[in-house]
Write a protein that binds this ligand. Structure first.
Ligand code: SF4
Length: 319
C-alpha cells in the first residue's frame, strides 16, 4: 500500500548554549492510509519533537530540521515555505495537542475557535460553517451542540475540552491526525469514547493516525504499528501484536514489565534510572546505563539497526 506519509532519516537539532543536540535522530518511518502508528516511550524520548517536526512546528530558535525529509502527497514538507505549510496544517494533517486548556483560547467561544479552521481552509459560507461545527460537536459526543458552541472553554469539563480539540482537528477531514497523548488527562470512560472515535475515523474515513503515548494498553487497542523511541531514536519498530507479544529490545521489554497486569501476580519491575538528558547522552547505546543485558560493546559503539520480525537497534541481534 502506498504510504500517506514517509519520514526519511529525519534529524531535528536543538542549538543550545551547551552545543547542538539531536532531539530527533535519524528517524525513518512510513504511515499507511487508514492505519495507526504509535510512538511509544517515556517522557523526554523525542515523541512530541518528532510530531512537531513533521508539521514544521519546531520552535526556531533553538530548533531546526538539519537533515532528512517528510514526504506528504509527493512534497517534502521540510523544504516548503511557511505559507504552503500553513495550508497543509489543520487541513491535510492536523494535530491533537496534549493540554486542551492551553491549546484552546480562553477568551473565544468554542464555536468560533472551530469555525476559524473551516473559514481559513475551506472558505465556507456562514451557514455552512454553522452546520459543520454542530456536526463536529455531535461527532465528538458533545451534548446539546447548538447551545454548547457558545460556551467558553472554562465552562466545559476537561473531557469536553479535549473533545473540542479533537473536533477542531477533524474539522477539515484531514488525511492524517497526529494525536499527542489525546487521552492522558481524561478519566477512563471518556478515554474509551475518544479511542472509539479515533478507531471509527480510521475505519470509516480512512484517516491515518500517529498516536503519541506512553500507554501500551491504548496502543494495543487501536494501533497497527508501533515505534519505540529512546533519546530521539527509534529503537524498535514493527507490528503492534508482534512487538507486544514478543518484544525484542530490552527497553521495550522494560516498558512492558513496568505495566501493572491482572494476569500476573509478580511485583512490577520498573526500568532503573531515568531517561538521559539529550545534551549529555552516554556513549555507545544510549540505553546501556539502564539495560539489564548490556555487554562490553554496548558502552563503546552504537548498535546498528537489525531487521528481523521488527526492526531493532541493539547489539543482542547483531552477529
Ligand atoms: Fe542493552 Fe546493549 Fe542492546 Fe543497548 S545494545 S539495549 S545496552 S543489550
Amino acid at each position: 500500500m502506498q504510504p500517506v506519509l514517509e519520514i526519511n532519516n529525519l534529524t531535528t537539532t536543538l542549538f543550545l548554549k551547551k552545543g547542538p543536540v539531536r532531539a530527533v535522530d535519524n528517524v525513518s518511518l512510513t504511515l499507511s492510509q487508514g492505519k495507526s502508528l504509535a510512538l511509544v516511550g517515556e517522557s523526554g524520548c523525542g515523541k512530541t519533537m518528532l510530531a512537531l517536526s513533521i508539521l514544521g512546528l519546531i520552535p526556531s530558535p533553538p530548533g531546526r530540521i538539519t537533515s532528512g525529509q517528510v514526504v506528504f502527497a509527493g512534497r517534502d514538507l521540510t523544504s516548503l515555505p511557511e505559507r504552503d505549510l500553513r495550508a497543509i496544517r489543520g487541513n491535510d494533517i492536523s494535530m491533537i495537542f496534549q493540554e486542551p486548556m492551553s491549546a484552546l483560547n480562553p477568551v473565544f467561544r468554542i464555536g468560533a475557535q472551530i469555525s476559524e479552521t473551516l473559514i481559513f481552509h475551506k472558505k465556507l459560507t456562514k451557514n455552512q460553517v454553522k452546520s459543520r461545527r454542530i456536526e463536529l460537536l455531535k461527532l465528538v459526543g458533545i451534548p446539546a451542540p447548538e447551545k454548547r458552541y457558545n460556551d467558553f472553554p472554562h465552562q466545559l469539563s476537561g473531557g469536553m475540552r479535549q473533545r473540542i480539540i479533537i473536533a477542531m482537528a477533524l474539522a477539515c477531514s484531514p488525511r492524517i491526525i497526529l494525536a499527542d497523548e489525546p487521552t492522558t488527562a481524561l478519566d477512563v470512560t471518556i478515554q474509551a469514547q475518544i479511542l472509539d472515535l479515533i478507531k471509527d475515523l480510521q475505519e470509516k474515513s480512512k484517516t491515518s493516525t500517529v498516536l503519541i503515548t506512553h500507554d501500551l494498553g491504548v496502543v494495543a487497542q487501536i494501533c497497527h504499528e508501533m515505534a519505540v523511541m529512546y533519546s530521539g531514536r527509534i529503537v524498535e519498530h514493527g507490528d503492534v501484536a508482534e512487538i507486544l507479544s514478543n518484544p525484542g529490545h530490552p527497553y521495550t521489554r522494560g516498558l512492558l514489565n513496568s505495566l501493572p497486569r491482572l494476569d500476573r501476580d509478580k511485583d512490577l519491575s520498573p526500568i532503573p534510572g531515568t531517561v538521559p538528558e539529550i545534551s549529555s547522552l552516554p556513549q555507545g547505546c544510549h540505553f546501556h546505563p539502564r539495560c539489564p543485558q548490556r555487554m562490553d560493546i554496548c558502552s563503546k559503539q552504537d548498535p546498528p539497526v537489525v531487521e528481523s520480525k521488527s526492526k531493532i537497534r541493539c547489539w543482542l541481534y547483531n552477529d
